[in-house]
Write a protein of this length. Sequence first.
Length: 169
Amino acid sequence: MLMDTNSPLVSIVIPTYNSSLFLEEALRSALAQTYKNIEIIVVDDGSTDDTRALLRPYIESEKIRYIYEENRGLSAARNAGIKAATGEYIVLLDADDVLFPEKLEKQIPFLEVHPEYDVCYSGLYHFWDEAPEQLFVLQYHYYSGADVFKKLLLGSFIASSMIIIRKNV
């Protein structure tokens, strides 16, 4: 685990199921955060591929916490990671997604100076396996305050990897 005890701890939760093809890139993006007070929790949802072997060096070096569970689905794996998290903030990172290095460094200070907000979300780039070097942005509309709840009732416009949420929520 990386530590800088002057800043709040952030728990990055990575659920995975047979995602070894993508998982290491997701994990490297979590480890590359410029915000250093993090813990990374990988919840293996019963993978039958080489996920555990891929993670072994990270587990042994204590760069991640590894939880293995029988396959119960994505939501159960995320919930297990959140339950195990010790951070003040939770970041959800799917095994086939990556974080920009400055994501936490930019979003955590906002939440620290705005205790009235429980969730902070960011923009999102998309990429395809066929052309991973080519990023593109979908046209998202950003809302704040009471507008967010109303708009979420109409349809989700926030992907899980876009958010940082206070654990107490």
